[in-house]
Design a protein around this ligand. Structure first.
Ligand SMILES: CC(=O)SCCNC(=O)CCNC(=O)[C@H](O)C(C)(C)COP(=O)(O)OP(=O)(O)OC[C@H]1O[C@@H](n2cnc3c(N)ncnc32)[C@H](O)[C@@H]1OP(=O)(O)O
Ligand SMILES: N[C@@H](CCO)C(=O)O
Length: 339
């Protein structure tokens, strides 16, 4: 589906949460549809760790006429994330004659949201009709809802926690070690991939009675290679650091109190089989956000189901947006849903 690809530059942006500064910031983004006369129809999509502004490539099942993200009615915006490997300023972008590389400052999820806010301002809208994203994208959604309660009408956060968990930080630590000792982005991605899938998914596809010549090892190797070919390792570290620093409650008297300030109509989506950010993380979010809806994406793939089971996810998000009842379980705890 066609969109419009652009880059804007912002001179003297606000300082980063960690104290770093840019003289000039580039934001690479893509839009679909048109902003309406009252500037009321802007929808911001927030990418995950290795995602980018090309929502049409990674969420085709949610984007398009009659779907959750419909450019006939919505003005859909997605920007490459700050510090990442895409068209927004990151370690691979130039500072003077050379790329930033290791000199690129530490960034936080809050900084990513600040950059998105600068973009949204520049595009001429103040209030977002919807902010949506999964995983690191879900962290950005939550940060938007907490830091700009008056600017977000509705929010959908998928497979994300209120603050980084010890389990996820430990997985990132092992990946960081793979990068530091061997410069091995492939190994780092392989470690991560194991947390993106439920064991049933790998056994079902590659177990002794399945898979044929295709093995789980071959699958891991494939994903390791694929990431090395498309992602800057310094950017990968910066984004892992940002995820590890994610805490909605920092400087706000704790995450529960921070979430009480949310005014957006909110949908939290958890994935039943998610081994990275398991259902208890989304249950906690839904319990803390005033009036939040909670839905379970029934899928056996694990964390990455938000990128795989797109039809089911689209049905959940469309249902929420239309405020119509739909076949998925609402406002029930994970255990109640299974009783
Ligand atoms: C929100 C965001 O912005 S996130 C960005 C999303 N993109 C990514 O994460 C990119 C990496 N891709 C993936 O993780 C996955 O492909 C997903 C999540 C997009 C889809 O998952 P699945 O449908 O289960 O696909 P799967 O993990 O099997 O990947 C398919 C690829 O693996 C290859 N593959 C699968 N099994 C094997 C095997 N045993 N040996 C070698 N290669 C294999 C396939 O040939 C295919 O290759 P291709 O992508 O070059 O066509
Ligand atoms: N697999 C996705 C989600 C990880 O959280 C990505 O690479 O961005």
């Amino acid at each position: 589906m066609n969109g419009s690809d652009r880059v804007i530059t912002i001179d003297n942006p606000p300082p980063l949460a960690g104290g770093g500064r840019f003289d000039r910031l580039e934001i690479g983004f893509r839009t679909w549809g048109r902003l309406d006369a009252g500037a009321t129809n802007a929808v911001l999509v927030c990418p995950a760790l290795t995602g980018d502004r090309h929502v049409d490539r990674w969420w085709p099942g949610l984007l398009g006429p009659g779907r959750s993200l419909d450019h006939k009615t919505d003005f859909i915006i997605c920007a490459d994330v700050l510090g990442g490997s895409g068209g927004t300023s990151g370690p691979g972008s130039r500072r003077g004659l050379r790329p930033w590389g290791e000199r690129f400052p530490a960034v936080s999820v809050r900084d990513m949201v600040t950059v998105q806010r600068l973009l949204v301002d520049a595009l001429g809208t103040r209030r977002l009709k919807l902010v949506i994203g999964g995983s690191l994208g879900g962290m950005q959604v939550l940060e938007w809802a907490v830091s700009h309660p008056d600017r977000v009408a509705s929010a959908v956060a998928i497979a994300a926690p209120a603050r980084q968990t010890a389990w996820a930080a430990a997985l990132n630590h092992a990946q960081r070690r793979a990068l530091a000792t061997h410069g091995d982005l492939e190994l780092a991605r392989m470690i991560a991939m194991l947390s993106y899938r439920h064991w049933d998914n790998l056994d079902g596809r590659f177990g002794p009675d399945n898979g044929g010549e295709r093995t789980a090892q071959g699958w891991l190797e494939h994903h390791g290679r694929a990431l090395r070919e498309r992602f800057d390792p310094v950017a990968y570290r910066r984004l892992m650091d940002a995820m590890d620093g994610h805490d909605l409650g920092r400087g706000r008297w704790g995450w529960r109190k921070a979430l009480r300030a949310v005014r957006a109509r909110t949908l939290i989506v958890g994935i039943a089989s998610d081994l990275l950010y398991p259902p208890r993380d989304q249950q906690a979010l839904a319990d803390a956000i005033p009036g939040a809806d909670l839905e379970w994406l029934e899928a056996e793939q694990g964390h990455d189901a938000f990128l795989i089971e797109q039809e089911r996810l689209d049905s959940i998000v469309s249902g929420f947006r239309q405020e119509a009842p739909h076949p998925h379980v609402s406002r029930q705890s994970f255990l109640e849903a299974r009783a």
